[in-house]
Design a protein around this ligand. Structure first.
Ligand code: ADP
Length: 191
């Protein structure tokens, strides 16, 4: 499903899909998927495990080369880092770390930062098509409706120089919540 992301000139489209983000690609040259990583950036469960599996072992090698900002931490919560995508069909992987909902302070701000910093890093690297999973909505237990509001409003705010922002939702429930939120939030631009 496609929505107009913003009234601003140049801002692209928002597209929603149900499925597996490791299979997503638009052109293989200027596209990137976002990984819901953890601070160590050496792999994990959920979408992180799926992305590392599909990218092949070179991805973890590339992640190891990302400098630690403190012992064991390559990407603090709310920040983003970029690597090649290796065997994935996209050109790059943007790794971001969302908040653990009932543990981190100011989870709303940290989730917004994760989306915002991913979009800014994409722009700096010439990415025109980006796909996000539902960051923090799995193991990190973020309430999905609140997460959808933050995800879509931040995409609207920071996507001006990207052609398309996609969300690839893994479950029916998440897909329905994202679609409903987009309809509520973006209906004003449909005319
Ligand atoms: P977090 O630790 O940020 O909560 P998870 O990987 O546990 O990250 O979950 C984030 C979201 O990614 C969840 O909604 C989960 O259903 C979803 N997910 C898991 N595998 C995939 C996949 N292959 N493609 C897209 N989304 C996925």
């Amino acid at each position: 499903e496609t929505f107009r992301l913003s009234a601003a000139a140049g801002a692209g489209a928002l597209k929603l899909h149900k499925g597996d983000i490791t299979l997503w690609s638009v052109d293989g040259a200027t596209d990137a998927i976002v990984n819901a990583a953890n601070g160590r950036m050496l792999g994990g469960g959920g979408v992180d495990g799926a992305i590392h599996q599909a990218a092949g072992p070179q991805l973890v090698q590339a992640c190891r080369k990302v400098p630690e900002v403190k012992p064991g931490i390559r990407c603090p919560t709310g920040e983003a880092r970029i690597t090649p995508a290796f065997e994935l069909p996209v050109s790059r992987v943007i790794h971001t770390v969302g908040p653990i909902y009932d543990m981190d302070k100011q989870p709303e701000l940290l989730l917004k930062n994760a989306y915002e910093n991913s979009l800014k890093l994409a722009k700096e690297n010439g990415i025109q098509y980006i796909a996000f999973p539902a960051i923090s909505c799995g193991i990190f237990r973020y309430p999905p409706k609140e997460a959808a509001n933050i995800a879509i409003s931040t995409a609207r705010q920071f996507s001006v120089d990207l052609k398309e922002v996609h969300f690839v939702l893994f479950t029916d429930e998440l897909y329905d919540i994202w679609r409903e939120t987009a309809q509520e939030m973006l209906a004003q631009f449909e005319k």
